[in-house]
Design a protein around this ligand. Structure first.
Ligand code: NAI
Length: 678
């Protein structure tokens, strides 16, 4: 039998209504039934007041999204909130942890709200493409004013208890003993305030509204939910019994929207990839001390990320000056965090105290993990692990940050290969959320489990990947760039391709992104692949040509674009247009025009196809893993759900056609995945 999710106890004529629906007390159907029963029960008991409190780590932290695909089931949340608000027994929400979405809507049905210090409040429905559906957009402005309500609903901004108190959102903040304090409060406060639904919302001025709209629109970048939240909050100027039904019906409509389905998919995809089947039931090792080898761009970022998580870090470099540079980079990273208000200067100092550099591999002794981030050269990397192997414990985990090399070659001959793994960070490593965890055939489940646990402490999203050229993310990137270059050869220009992908919602187009990161690494990789490249593949040499004439991207002042006065001065390049057109002529290609949609569809089809191949080859556990990699490492728009979700939900047929045609024109460049073949 299911344990009771809502219980009622009496303490001195005060009812304690306890909700217990781990992990976050979500407002599932069973919970809503329990709450409604509790309202009736406290009335029957003749309680003087009822204290609504959450068991576990939080008050009610939102709705149960797993129910959102099905038609809504009674009792509906707005009715539960209304029953609480209309009850003859005044309710007091006693809150701790996160009071989010449906949780905050329920709290606003209560007569009073008291919170433990540190409690956070928010309306995160916008993050899953929705508006609140149980009076949130209507009661919140009536409680704290339209300005703050707009920020919370349309931007999804979370508010700390102290700020929420200042705005009138809570009546009391307590430092401890929430339940006892709530009972004391209940006994003292007999004069019930007016119901929030009957109050008038403090409206913004026309200028404030216009400013808020502009900011929300700018941030939305193609999403519809932020502006719909903006609109819904303004319905609070109308009577509650007009605004609330409008809110409810839009909420239900949005549950069926592509945007909300995509954002919900992203949410569940992240949860599923965080626990790949191989680590179920496997306990991770504890990681306290980490060696980072190489303190260049990646090594210093990785070290910063580890320091931010409180790890002791020893960084090994080649010479004193490289050590100095590594220290400077780490200091710069931490200073930037301090300047942005993310850490205090005391925290910055404390983190630096955990950090040392050395030239001596003996100092790796006693560390739990080593992460190598030296030059992308298998011989150099092997030497590093041989040296580490001499001094580190036999069970210390050894990780490489290689981008393209086969970790099996790097770890060849290492004792206890089950401890070897790839930890592929993304640049800048202390900021980017994605971490690809690359397993070798010998890697143990415990090593993988430890890598995933470490990712969590570094606040990163880990995705498991098998071995292939570029692993999940860079392999798809290579296919994407290759096809984008085919488009150039066939008639498009870089600025048109970039525009089409930005219009789709990508943070950047493929060519401006290459200019930002530099063209050399991919060029070096293509040169390496040249000897083994299938001559029947289509290969376009425009990017190689740009590198040969030292158009390496932003840092060299020219790349796919010109940068006459620095990285922000990007303009389309006539020279590049000429190079592209000359290439088409030399290869007897009749250039044609492409529409934005054609460009986007062709590139998205290629991305999805490569992703599907990666799943079919068993490199990624499932399509969700591919989606998470592209969302967190490559600027794919979250509100599209990820390339696999987008393609398989909306474009399977269209993409199959595109792939058939493009593959036929591209020799033996790529296979069409089964997902798009049948
Ligand atoms: P980098 O050139 O900025 O840094 C490499 C550092 O390793 C240098 O500071 C160098 O002095 C040091 N080093 C070289 N040999 C060494 C040795 N034997 N012992 C100790 N230190 C040594 O290179 P970057 O960009 O940091 O890349 C490092 C690794 O990370 C490469 O394998 C690269 O493929 C990979 N990677 C790079 C990404 C990027 O965006 N740059 C992204 C993800 C992975």
């Amino acid at each position: 039998m299911q344990a009771q999710l809502v219980t009622v106890d009496m303490v001195d004529e005060i009812a304690i209504v306890r909700v217990d629906n781990p992990p976050v007390n979500a407002t599932s159907t069973a919970m809503r039934i329990g709450l409604l029963d509790a309202v009736h029960e406290v009335e029957q008991l003749g309680a003087l007041a009822a204290i609504l409190i959450g068991k576990g780590r939080t008050f009610i932290a939102g709705g149960d999204m797993s129910e959102f695909d099905a038609p809504p089931v009674e009792p509906h949340l707005p009715d539960v909130v209304q029953a609480i608000e209309d009850s003859s027994v005044p309710f007091i929400a006693a809150m701790h942890g996160n009071v989010l979405g449906g949780g905050l809507e329920i709290a606003m049905g209560c007569a009073w709200r008291i919170a433990l210090e540190g409690t956070k409040f928010g309306m995160p429905e916008v993050n899953v493409g929705l508006i609140p559906g149980a009076g949130g957009t209507q009661r919140l402005p009536r409680l704290v004013g339209t300005k703050l309500a707009l920020d919370m609903c349309a931007n999804g901004t979370m508010i700390k208890a102290e700020e929420f108190y200042s705005a009138g959102g809570v009546d009391l903040i307590v430092a401890a003993n929430l339940e006892i304090e709530a009972i004391v409060f209940a006994k003292k406060n007999k004069c019930r305030p007016s119901k929030i639904c009957t109050r008038t919302a403090l409206q913004c001025s026309a200028e404030e509204l216009e400013l808020a709209r502009t900011q929300i629109e700018k941030k939305a970048r193609g999403r519809q939910a932020p502006l719909l939240n903006f609109e819904a909050v303004q319905w609070s100027a109308e009577p509650f019994n007009v605004g609330q039904p409008k809110e409810r019906s839009l909420h239900l409509e949005l549950r069926q929207s592509d945007e909300s389905k995509a954002l919900r998919h992203a949410f569940f995809a992240e949860r599923s990839v965080a626990k790949p089947s191989v680590i179920h039931g496997v306990h991770p090792l504890e990681i306290k001390k980490v060696v980072v080898v190489g303190g260049g761009l990646m090594g210093s970022g990785i070290a910063t990320s580890l320091l931010n998580a409180g790890k002791i870090v020893t960084l090994i470099e080649r010479d004193e000056s490289a050590c100095e540079q590594a220290i400077q980079r780490v200091e710069q990273n931490l200073t930037a965090a301090e300047k942005r208000g993310l850490i205090t200067s005391e925290q910055q100092l404390a983190r630096l105290k955990l950090f040392t550099t050395t030239l001596d591999y003996r100092d790796s002794n006693g560390h739990d993990l080593a992460i190598e981030a030296v030059f992308e050269d298998v011989a150099v990397k092997r030497k590093v692990f041989n040296s580490l192997g001499k001094f580190m414990d036999e069970d210390a985990i050894l990780a490489t940050n290689t981008s393209y090399l086969d970790p099996q070659n790097i770890f060849e001959g290492i004792a206890n290969p089950e401890r070897c793994v790839g930890l592929h960070f993304f640049s800048p490593a202390h900021i980017m959320k994605l971490l690809e965890v690359i397993y070798l055939p010998q890697t143990s489940a415990q090593t993988v489990s430890t890598a995933f646990a470490l990712a969590k402490t570094l606040r990163k999203t880990a995705v498991l990947s098998g071995i292939c050229d570029g692993f999940i993310g860079n392999r798809i990137l290579a296919a994407y760039r290759r096809e984008a270059e085919f488009l150039l050869a066939d008639g498009a220009l870089p600025e048109e391709v970039d525009q089409a992908m930005r219009d789709f919602g990508m943070a950047m187009g493929p060519f401006e992104a290459q200019d930002m990161s530099g063209l050399q690494i991919a060029w070096a990789n293509r040169k390496l692949q040249a000897q083994t490249r299938n001559p029947n593949m289509r290969y376009v040499t425009i990017a190689d040509h740009l590198c040969e004439i030292e158009r390496f991207g932003q840092h060299s002042g020219k790349g796919w674009y010109d940068y006459p006065s620095g990285p922000k001065s990007k303009v389309a390049s006539e020279d590049v247009t000429n190079i592209i057109e000359d290439y088409s002529t030399a290869n007897n290609i009749t250039r044609r025009n492409y529409s934005n949609d054609e460009i986007a569809d062709r590139l998205l089809a290629i991305i999805a196809n490569e992703g599907a191949l990666i799943v079919e080859e068993g490199i990624a556990e499932n399509a969700a893993a591919v989606d998470v990699v592209k969302l967190h490492g490559y600027g794919f728009p979250r509100w599209r759900g990820g390339p696999m979700h987008f393609a398989l939900q909306h474009k399977r047929k269209a993409f199959s056609q595109i792939l058939k045609q493009s593959a036929a024109e591209s020799g033996e460049t790529y296979l069409i995945a089964a997902a798009f073949r049948d």
